[in-house]
Design a protein around this ligand. Structure first.
Ligand code: NCD
Ligand code: ZN
Ligand code: ZN
Ligand code: ZN
Length: 353
């Protein structure tokens, strides 16, 4: 028996084009998305060059138009010099992304004064997403309050963070948040098994108590997002391991396994991988995007079966229950029984629909 679900939406992926197509590109990354049950992905701007103006946005969207196999939109990155440019491009992008803490890429805004014009100028109807950890997260929530605007908090990973977000929501502040599968299913206790270099990710794998707090506060979590951040095995296992995990092809089977174990419901999953992403990011309703999953199919996760170019997964060998059988994109079968059928270029920019 197959179960029909809406086409999933991942609001946080890194597709690495332009600049690092040896890790991933619009073709391989959107193939991985379809294989994972996603019909829409929102691509982060920390590429090389970073997406910060019309010219660099054109580089990414030009590649996407030729190569994307599922629907998409591209985030713009906030820089110290581009608040005005960002405003002009606000209708064309997934949202504005601000990097308030150090992570992969060179978009970090070091001076808090550079945050203010972005919070002030970026339209309130347009999504504003931030990478902010720990006390920086508290600062981001303060700015949401000062500017009375919605802010989406990326990859929440710690107990102190989810408790703060709970309080902020109770006060009526317009904050939403996402949690990633690696922070739900892994903790620092798994670092030795995965390997030190491979375990590098931002935010870092946290304590078991942090992990438990995410599960205990699922009601505060608006979205699940992969933060699909592919780096090759050579990059992960080298002297300077780059932070980031692939996630597009493993998040749904991991969550469906948790559903099977009674840790959450199928509705909890659909709410966080479709309904809330669609609403928070003001995405079009696409009833002809849907997927079919076999909730009874058990299998093992292996990197060799994945479409991502990065060649590894932190969940290698994990036993899961719940398989994506078919993905339908705008009425056409785009993925079926392990094969990606949608050709490069058939994905559409959902900000141009
Ligand atoms: C991301 C990347 O590699 O682009 N890495 C990561 O560890 N999450 C950057 C980010 O999302 O902060
Ligand atoms: Zn981040
Ligand atoms: Zn990310
Ligand atoms: Zn294997």
């Amino acid at each position: 028996m197959l179960t029909k679900l809406p086409g999933l939406i991942d609001v946080h992926v890194h597709l690495r084009e332009p600049g690092a197509t040896h890790k991933e590109d619009w073709d391989s990354g959107t193939a991985a998305a379809l294989a994972g049950g996603f019909t829409t992905v929102l691509a982060m701007p920390n590429t090389n060059a970073a997406i910060v103006d019309g010219q660099t946005l054109g580089l990414s969207l030009g590649a996407a138009e030729l190569k994307a196999r599922c629907d998409y939109a591209q985030y713009l990155g906030g820089s110290s010099t581009n608040p005005k440019t960002a405003l002009e491009l606000s209708n064309k992008v997934a949202g504005l992304k601000l990097y308030l803490d150090q992570t992969y890429g060179d978009l970090k805004l070091d001076d808090m004064a550079d945050w203010l014009p972005h919070f002030a100028n970026w339209p309130k109807r347009a999504p504003l997403a931030v990478h902010a950890e720990g006390k920086t997260l508290a600062a981001a929530i303060l700015l949401a309050a000062i500017y009375d605007r919605p802010v989406h908090l990326c990859h929440v990973s710690r107990r102190e963070e989810i408790l703060l977000i709970r309080t902020a929501k109770e006060k009526g502040l317009r904050v939403t948040c996402e949690v990633c599968p690696h922070h739900l299913f892994l903790s620092e206790d798994d670092i030795l098994a995965i390997g030190r270099g491979r375990s590098e990710v931002r935010p870092r794998l946290a304590t078991k108590a942090d992990q438990d707090a995410l599960w205990a506060n699922l009601g505060v979590v608006d979205c699940f997002a992969t933060d699909h951040a592919p780096h090759t095995l050579a990059e992960k296992d080298g002297n300077n391991p780059l932070p980031g995990f692939p996630g597009l092809e493993t998040i749904l089977p991991l969550l469906l396994t948790a559903v099977d174990e009674g840790r959450l419901t199928l509705t909890d999953v659909v709410t966080r991988l479709h309904d809330n992403p669609q609403r928070i990011f003001a995405l079009p309703k696409q009833p002809t995007n849907y997927i079919e999953v076999d909730l009874d199919s058990s299998y093992e996760i292996h990197a060799k079966d994945q479409y991502t170019r990065c060649g590894w997964t932190p969940f290698e060998g994990w036993k899961v229950k719940g398989r994506v059988v078919r993905v339908v994109l705008r009425g056409k079968t785009a993925y079926e029984d392990g094969r990606v059928l949608a050709p490069p270029g058939c994905g559409k920019n959902i900000r141009n629909l």
